[in-house]
Design a protein around this ligand. Structure first.
Ligand code: COA
Length: 161
């Protein structure tokens, strides 16, 4: 099992992973176009030639990034893959000089274990909400906003990614 940056050839499998959960309303859907355009944001987990997880780190502003499209295939949940993908994103964010990373999620317990804290949505920059008008959940978003302050936590830079 390896955690690595995505390549263009991964786009189709990333699409399937995300949209599996999008159909259940747990994740926002992503088009193939949006995955190709943002392929450099993505981390993937590969096992035996198949993608079994993905996550993306999207830069929002000078000090802020968002974790989006985190998905682990149903058969591989509970093996620490989601944790490894988030850690890879946080390590990359730290290396880029990002101070805070936020997520809009229903998996509050998962992110709490990774030291994310709930934050009032109003504290996120307006730019974030500019994108919301294009979201399928707009205007009744019930996702929970959480963030982590990378200056207050120690990021594992020895992670094997
Ligand atoms: C949420 C998700 C990414 C977690 O991935 P995973 O590989 O199963 O998670 P891990 O094995 O690293 O779990 C780490 C810990 O979080 C817990 N956890 C996992 N999913 C959780 C959830 N949805 N809610 C609360 N806790 C959760 C695990 O039980 C585990 O706890 P432990 O360390 O005490 O055993 C995965 O369940 C998934 O793809 N869910 C559907 C899509 C989704 O909700 N994505 C997040 C949206 S931002």
């Amino acid at each position: 099992m390896v955690i690595r940056k995505a390549k263009l050839k991964d786009a189709g499998e990333i699409y399937n992973l995300i949209n599996h959960y999008a159909k259940e309303g747990i994740l926002l859907p992503r088009s193939l176009n949006s995955i190709y355009e943002n392929i450099r944001d993505f981390w993937v987990c590969e096992e035996g030639g198949n993608l079994i997880g993905c996550a993306s780190l999207h830069i929002v502003w000078e000090d802020l990034a968002e974790i989006k499209s985190l998905a682990v295939s149903e058969e591989h949940k509970g093996k620490g893959i989601g944790t490894m993908l988030v850690e890879a994103c946080l390590k990359e964010a730290d290396e880029l000089g990002v101070k805070r990373v936020f997520v809009l999620t229903y998996a509050q317990g998962f992110f709490s274990k990774l030291n994310f804290e709930e934050v009032e949505k109003i504290k996120l920059p307006h730019k974030v909400w500019g994108e919301c008008v294009n979201c399928v959940k707009f205007p009744s978003c019930d996702e929970i906003a959480m963030w982590i302050d990378l200056e207050k936590v120690s990021i594992k830079h020895d992670a094997k990614v």
